[in-house]
Design a protein around this ligand. Structure first.
Ligand code: COA
Length: 346
């Protein structure tokens, strides 16, 4: 069998169950169905362009892009994050992934997607870089803060309590007495001001944040029970963050890992206060670890003050799409700024 004998086509809502079957065959489990619907079909920029390969009734492969607005310098363009790349184990090694990716890029280019980014694993990396013209610009650090290591599924019972004690001794990075912390989304005007100041540096490439996008990205359907935490001084919002973890909808698949997905604001005391509060909330919800991926300098300094450390990087790959002239800053690693929620896995 070769890719020529397969049916390659754009997928849609009617293919949801087939794609979930493939996910089950590749990963050995499934995500909540509402999560998949939310992620593939309900983004503010429309349905994901999705390509599938069929061998008769059997779904052999799937490739998709998550639409997202990117701010490149002063311009905002339609971009896509590469995600959910999968080929059925019986069909791997036959160029299905690369064939599907090319088909998906054609659909995406016709819909005016201009810039793609992704964080591939070791299995898909060679295909992206060698066969699909992606550039590996550099790595973005993955940050972790241990909370209750004894809740890790592979932690030996006798070691757990000592590991928990050590984690409790880590700093929390509180912000200061004059900072007041509260849960819940900030009022619209204050959030707009925070986002406005966050946008100030126009020399960068980053995922555009609007109140509408944040509402969708951290919606109930994402099944992570995302929670806003705000830091105020004298009633003025100085920083805000969002964190979440897989909730009961994930059943046995839930991994007990909490994710810090947003940390907005320029004031270091406010950022530190939000980090400290997230550590407290995630511990209460029995997460064993709190993690994020970021290369934003003030965020990194707040994480360090909160006892986070980084032990590895995630490779950032980037690609231009379509015929329009692309801003070359996308190929310069130092231009990019990422925060946890920019990755589909957080
Ligand atoms: C990654 C995956 C999608 C590749 O699918 P595939 O259809 O077998 O890939 P292709 O046949 O199109 O191979 C593309 C290129 O990647 C290389 N490649 C594929 N699997 C590889 C592996 N395990 N190790 C090293 N290279 C690999 C191939 O050699 C090929 O390069 P070549 O044409 O120069 O030989 C598939 O292994 C998979 O579904 N894995 C499990 C899910 C997963 O990890 N997805 C990636 C999430 S980021």
């Amino acid at each position: 069998m070769t890719t020529e004998t397969l049916e390659i086509r754009q997928a849609g809502r009617d293919d949801l169950q087939a794609i979930r079957q493939l996910y089950q065959a590749v990963r050995g489990n499934n995500r909540p169905e509402d999560f998949d619907r939310w992620r593939w079909f309900d983004s503010p920029d429309g349905e994901c362009p999705m390509a599938i390969a069929l061998d008769g009734e059997i779904i052999a492969g799937f490739y998709t892009l998550w639409p997202v607005r990117l701010r490149i310098g002063a311009a905002v363009v339609l971009g896509g994050q590469s995600m959910d790349t999968m080929t059925h184990p019986d069909y791997q090694g036959r160029r299905i992934f690369t064939t599907l990716a090319k088909a998906c890029y054609e659909t995406a280019a016709a819909c005016d997607f201009q810039v793609l980014y992704g964080f591939p694993n070791t299995l898909s990396y060679p295909g992206f870089v060698r066969r699909l013209d992606w550039n590996h610009t550099g790595d973005i650090q993955h940050w972790v803060r241990l909370l209750r290591p004894s809740h890790h599924p592979r932690m030996p019972g006798v070691v757990g309590p000592f590991a928990d004690l050590a984690a409790r001794a880590l700093p929390r990075g509180r912000g200061g007495r004059d900072i007041e912390i509260s849960m819940g989304k900030p009022e619209s005007a204050a959030l707009r001001d925070l986002l406005e100041s966050w946008r100030d540096d126009s020399g960068l490439c980053r995922i555009e944040r609007t109140p509408e996008w944040l509402d969708w990205r951290y919606a109930h359907a994402a099944a992570h029970d995302y929670e806003w935490i705000c830091a105020r001084r004298d009633g003025i919002l100085v920083a805000a963050g969002i964190w979440g973890m897989q909730n009961a909808d994930w059943g046995d698949v839930a991994d007990g890992r909490a994710h810090l997905v947003e940390l907005l604001g320029a004031e270091s005391a406010g950022l530190r206060a939000v980090v400290g509060a997230v550590i407290g909330r995630a511990t209460t919800r029995r997460a064993w670890i709190l993690e994020t991926v970021t290369n934003i300098p003030p965020v990194i300094s707040a994480l360090r003050r909160g006892g986070f450390f980084s032990h590895r990087g995630a490779p950032l790959i980037v690609r231009a799409l379509g015929d329009s002239e692309v801003d070359n800053r996308i190929f310069d690693h130092t231009s990019w700024r990422f925060m946890g929620g920019d990755l589909d896995t957080m």
